[in-house]
Write a protein that binds this ligand. Sequence first.
Ligand SMILES: *Cc1c(COP(=O)(O)O)cnc(C)c1O
Length: 367
Amino acid sequence: MKKVKFVEPAKLYKTIKNELDAAYFDVMEKGALIDQQHLKTFEVNLAQFVGTKYAIGLNSGYDALHLSLRAAGIGPGDEVIVPAHTFVASCSAIVNVGASPVLVDVGKDFNINVDLVEEAITSNTKGIMPVHLSGFMADMPRIMELAKKYKLIIIEDACQSLGSSINELGAGSWGFTGCFSFYPFKILGGYGDGGAITTNSEEVATYAKRMRYNGEDRMTGEYHGHGFTCLLDNLQAAFLDVKLKHMPEWIVRRKDIARKYQEGLSDIPELLLPHYDRPGFDHVYQNYTLRSAQGSMFSNFLIENGIEVLTQFRKPYYKHSALNLTDRGFPETEALSREVCSLPMNVEISDEDINYVISMVRKFYEK
Ligand SMILES: *Cc1c(COP(=O)(O)O)cnc(C)c1O
């Protein structure tokens, strides 16, 4: 039986092997391991790519969210609004600084429903953490209006949306900070964990640089607070810098794949495809997440036919009892969690494999 993988890191490696190997040997021969030139260069290039003054390399996307909340002074007694449909790390970062997450349902684009945000604001609300899911941004123009009206801090969870934008303004450049993840299967993935904060504030950049290194100012040796160990490895930064240069061409390929899926599947009424009529919003398709009215029957059929799909998340995070979160009822999140299915979407996939996925989806609906 034919097999289509969700991602194939070894296949992608072969396409840029010379560049990655050169980066590896450069780091090894220099013995440049911690806080070296590769990290600094990557940070400059990442900031430029996102459209901010600063980028600070960290250990993970979670660390970016966590340090952003701390930089904003958010802690016990504060509420932060976060979507009910996201990766659990968005919410956990809020809980782990001692603040209270206030969950809000999402809309048809999988992102926070801004119509519901205003009624969730209380006198304790300190910030909003919009999540740009799957490569498509939350409605930042409206969120920034609310932020201004209620004096709220915006921390963008852009972990899934590097390279996407609204009216040419990049994800991660709108809020107090933007938070990115370089987990291997993100749109810009390292060869291990990684993440970054982007910001226009020199003060926040300095804070993050110190806190990622146990609070130390590396020039003076002074500790500026009890910090953490969460610096992006220089070796990972060297690899990421190689891959960052390919992002523009890779985004073109992702959009091309999305178009193929759309052309092949848009006549099937039981499917809701991730194509939205939002002028100015640029979808970079970190994931191609559709909704099938047939839910697990649909995703299981694809799996049985050798196609790896992702069904994040069949069980919403607030339903995991150990997390102690209140399920206030989130109808859209409930509905989409039964129906979500992400089709293979990566730059290394062949057209033949995409056509196979399309043919299997069609086969399911012809039955
Ligand atoms: C991946 C991801 C994170 C966490 O990133 P890590 O690097 O795995 O810590 C946070 N939020 C969202 C939406 C993500 O997809």
